[in-house]
Design a protein around this ligand. Structure first.
Ligand code: ZN
Length: 142
């Protein structure tokens, strides 16, 4: 799939909740997004970046892939840290971004099951970046 680059208005639009994670179209999209993320050597990809304004993102860190449907941050650590961040919609651009060091996120997985993850370090950073995408927020504005 083709990745949408900034400035496309879809990147700044708030995405819609997914009603049925098991919908075949959503299931196919998940597979295509994971493949697209790998092909582009990204660690995360959000649906608006491939032109779908829906609350779905994928992350892959240390060869472990995650699918997040309707993710919501339910708690944040007191600590923050600053680290260089990139985005597949901004090829070649890297900026130091301040993020919470840890976040707890509730979401549905690709089977539509309710899940909760307590993420730290790079996974926490990637989750905050991708959930921002679902809210139409981009790292250049942070
Ligand atoms: Zn991004």
């Amino acid at each position: 799939m083709k990745i949408i680059a900034y400035p496309d208005p879809i990147l700044e639009k708030k995405s819609e909740k997914i009603k049925n994670p098991l919908d075949p179209e959503i299931q196919k999209l998940i597979i295509d997004m994971i493949q697209t993320m790998r092909e582009n050597k990204g660690i995360g990809l959000a649906a608006p970046q491939i032109g779908k304004s829906i609350r779905l993102c994928v992350i892959e860190i240390d060869k472990k892939s995650y699918v997040f449907i309707n993710p919501k941050i339910t708690s944040e650590s007191k600590e923050c840290d600053i680290s260089e961040e990139g985005c597949l919609s901004f090829p070649g651009k890297f900026l130091p971004i301040k993020r919470f060091s840890g976040v707890t996120v509730r979401y549905l997985n690709e089977k539509g099951e309710k899940c909760k993850i307590k993420a730290e370090a790079l996974l926490a950073r990637a989750l905050q970046h991708e959930i921002d995408h679902l809210n139409g927020k981009l790292f250049i504005n942070k």
